[in-house]
Design a protein around this ligand. Structure first.
Ligand SMILES: Cc1ncc(C[n+]2csc(CCOP(=O)(O)OP(=O)(O)O)c2C)c(N)n1
Ligand SMILES: [Mg+2]
Length: 350
């Protein structure tokens, strides 16, 4: 047992455990509703969902405090919702509507909400890692408190940007907790086929003198404890940390992934769905511990479905952004008419 697990003040309360389940269910119902509308042709581009990976966003948010930040890859809907962004603003963004979180101009791969300290949502694999260092460096530079949680996939750890970021984080003592979402695949390529030392990606931290650990996403109390330890280390000692979290992507790489049963056996997916669904498993724990009844969980599920349906109606009925709005929100300097906004080439046709 580590120090955090010995500290009862840091263990999950009953209310906290139930909240984790509710939040996971909200994410699941939101994504399932989004899939329906994606398949009906209401959204452009890709839709990458976190079905099966829900413990990551909710457990990470549960240890985050007021000054902390989170940044992730494009597989970000759970992080967006767990940060406090509303289902309406997220769904409208997927529909490309003006009422969306980024006024319909970001879409799936550019979600963000400075108010909830969720910084996206990046389509280019691994690019969130140097950005996380920038956020953390900014905090230190301004003398502000805060830890940055940087979530990236098992495929991202082979990008140069990831290694540059680890080096800088360790060198500059940056308060970043890097989280590897090891869902076993990068598009259609398994970890074993893409990564040297694939049985332990987190060990790469040793090359940078950085502390690391591994944990199963579905072992929620363990995951929570290890994350608290990483958070405390980053916050109190300004030391980065690398935590590899084992999870599973139940859907394809995107919802349009026609090969989802070609690079992995269908039986593997069915086994994960039937025996390792995090929401099902955690619900069983709550019932066994007397924290909730099956009926109470069902009523939370019904509420989450209603919230997701309402978000879809809202998105359907919202307007698209106007053509004139296309050049707004591109450069802060231009929108705010600063001196810098009046010089240089801000647009290609200037
Ligand atoms: C720099 C870059 N290279 C390649 C791609 C194409 N691409 C999109 S997703 C992806 C796989 C990423 O896998 P992983 O990091 O494991 O994340 P997951 O999708 O499993 O969450 C690749 C190679 C990209 N978007 N960006
Ligand atoms: Mg992956």
């Amino acid at each position: 047992m580590n120090a955090v697990m010995d500290d009862p003040a840091q263990s999950l309360t009953e209310a906290g455990k139930l909240r984790l389940w509710s939040e996971m269910m909200r994410i699941r119902r939101f994504e399932m509703e989004a899939i329906k509308h994606y398949q009906a042709g209401c959204m452009g581009g890709w839709l990458n969902v976190q079905i099966g990976q829900e413990p990551l966003p909710v457990v990470i948010r549960s240890v985050m405090g007021e000054p902390d930040h989170c940044i992730s890859s494009y597989r970000c809907l759970g992080y967006a919702l767990a940060s406090g962004m509303s289902m309406r603003s997220c769904m409208a963004e997927l529909f490309g509507k003006a009422t969306g979180a980024c006024k319909g101009k970001g879409g799936m791969h550019s979600f963000q909400s400075p108010v909830t300290r969720f910084w996206g949502g990046y389509g280019f694999v691994g690019t969130q890692a140097p950005l996380a260092c920038g956020l953390a460096f900014g905090l230190k530079h301004r003398g502000e408190a805060g830890v940055v949680f940087c979530c990236l996939g098992d495929g991202a750890v082979n990008q140069g940007a990831f290694h540059e970021a680890l080096n800088l984080a360790a060198l500059f003592y940056l308060p970043v907790v890097f989280i590897i979402e090891n869902n076993r695949y990068a598009m259609g390529t398994s970890v074993a086929r893409s990564s040297a030392m694939g049985d332990c990606l987190a060990k790469r931290a040793e090359g940078y003198g950085m502390a690391w650990d591994t944990v199963e996403a579905n072992a929620i109390p363990d995951f929570h404890s290890k994350l608290l330890l990483a958070h405390r280390r980053a916050r109190d000692e300004c030391r980065p940390y690398l935590l590899e979290v084992f999870t599973y992507r139940i859907e394809g790489h995107t919802i349009a992934d026609a090969n989802k049963f070609k690079y992995r056996a269908k039986a593997e997916v069915v086994d994960q769905q039937s025996n390792h669904d995090p929401i099902q498993r955690w619900g069983e724990v709550l019932i066994a511990e007397g924290i909730a009844t099956a009926g109470e969980l069902e009523s939370i599920r019904t509420q989450a479905m209603a919230e997701a349906l309402d978000a879809a109606h809202f998105a359907h009925n919202s307007p698209f952004p106007t053509k004139d709005a296309i050049t707004e929100d591109v450069y802060w300097e231009v929108d705010h008419q600063t001196a810098a906004g009046g010089i240089g080439r801000h647009f290609f046709n200037d």
